[in-house]
Design a protein around this ligand. Structure first.
Ligand code: SAM
Length: 291
């Protein structure tokens, strides 16, 4: 409606009233389009009994649309200057709790247990600060939170990398790291014009549906991620060259070549052509040889 926070007019009024100046270093690009916000909320498939964790509420544009749909919202905001503004803009929504913390330093699991213990459905929905998108997403995924879905607006290129499959330009260690924990899809793209100030990059909505179990089973998870990172270290090099360089202290090049041949993976292939299942096969074989 006209009174929504996320209209250009109301946003301008709020910012002027509080003499707020944007901090670029905190990734502050606020949404001023209610339709986009409603589409983001729709993508999360929330119900009245859902609870939502938001990261970076800003002046409350998305928080307000979430509060209209769900029973509880917990929002982490790092910028202390925004706290009194949020107290005012979100005064009509007692189901919102604002936590003035850097989400990267917060114990999100403990806060869920404390604030959302009764919730049977928990989602993360956020318009993320772009300078820390990847650390925030990896922290949320690795923490094994009791969360069904993560719906975030992020830089379009990063969304594409996270959702990419083998043999594409965007596929890399980030795709595998994220897809180990969740199914990933980019849902729609968003023009720069719906933000103040306008960012320099295009944005997209990424939906992560968390998995109960990883899609591949590996005995040594740390080695799996090490192999994945090593395989993409130099994208244009062969798998054999990347792996033998990384594991030079543990295996000779000949041994690395033989182990690839033993599991039917052509040593001349590039990392970007390997599926997650092939990386898992490689991990178990190498784990057996190294231990
Ligand atoms: N949700 C609002 C919207 O959509 O208009 C604002 C989104 S803005 C892209 C990102 C927000 O995240 C800002 O309010 C910023 O202060 C906050 N922020 C930046 N780094 C943060 C961090 N490490 N932890 C929590 N909030 C952070």
């Amino acid at each position: 409606s006209n009174k929504d926070i996320a209209t250009p007019k109301r946003t301008k009024q709020i910012l002027e009233k509080h003499g707020f100046s944007f901090k670029k270093s905190l990734g502050q690009n606020f949404l001023i389009d209610t339709n986009i916000l409603k589409r983001i909320v729709d993508v999360a498939h929330l119900t009245a009994s859902s609870a939502v964790i938001e990261i970076g509420p800003g002046i409350g544009a998305l928080t307000e649309q979430l509060a209209k749909q769900v029973g509880a919202v917990v929002a982490f905001e790092i910028d202390q200057r925004l706290i009194p503004i949020l107290q005012e803009t979100l005064a009509p929504y007692p189901q919102v709790k604002i936590i003035n913390q850097d989400v990267l330093k917060a114990d999100v699991k403990a806060i869920i247990a404390q604030e959302l213990s009764g919730a049977d459905d928990i989602a993360v929905v956020a318009n993320l600060p772009y300078y820390v998108t990847t650390p925030i997403l990896m922290k949320l995924l690795e923490a094994q939170l009791p969360v069904r879905t993560i719906v975030v607006m992020i830089q379009k290129e990063v969304a594409e990398r996270i959702a990419a499959g083998p043999n594409t330009k965007s596929y890399g260690s980030l795709s595998i790291a994220a897809q180990y924990y969740a199914e990933a899809e980019t849902v729609f793209t968003v023009p720069k014009t719906v933000f103040v100030p306008q960012p320099n990059v295009d944005s997209a909505i990424l939906r992560l549906t968390l998995r109960r179990h990883p899609p591949v089973e590996v005995a040594n998870e740390a080695l799996f991620f090490e192999i994945v990172r090593a395989s993409f270290a130099q994208r244009r090099k062969t798998l054999l060259n990347n792996l033998s360089h990384h594991f030079a202290k543990k295996l000779t090049k000949g041994e690395t070549e033989q182990l690839l041949l033993d599991i039917d993976i052509d040593p001349k292939r590039r990392g970007e052509s390997l599926s997650m299942a092939e990386f898992a096969r490689l991990t178990d074989k190498m784990d057996g040889m190294l231990s």
